[in-house]
Write a protein of this length. Sequence first.
Length: 175
Amino acid sequence: MTGELLDTIIRRIVVVEGGVVNHASDRGGLTSHGLTRPFLETVTGRPWTDAQIIAIIAENAVAIYKLWAMMRRLDQLPEDYLLAWVVVDFAVIAGERRAIRAIQKYMGVPADGIAGAETQGAWHRLTPEECRGAALFVLAERIAHHGADITANPGQAANAKGWANRVAEQVRACA
């Protein structure tokens, strides 16, 4: 996808993720714009203090998410806004491997969670109608993931409303 489309999607995610949050029910602990310490350390290759996390502004969050998306080849998704938004948002919430496995399952390629050449080739062969179907399939996988997560970790129920609202917005956009 173009850098402009990726930028649009990530900016939307940063707005939804909000600013600094430190909920007891959030496994990520202290976050800024959805960026957790482990995520930041993986993407940047350096340790982060609480003060540094708190100081992240939206523009920096966008840059960090874009770097991550490129590292994970999510920037190679098709030039289809809905599909790219759904996959990248699921990757932010639940990890890129899970999101990539979801689209791989839809396309019938090995579901290894890595956006390699076979996966990229398959998603670039998707027609516009198939992109819509893939987006809906990924959303269904996301709903199943959230349900399983809440069942296995009842404390995560505190996040259910926010997760459901995010998915509902994306389903409405696909309709």
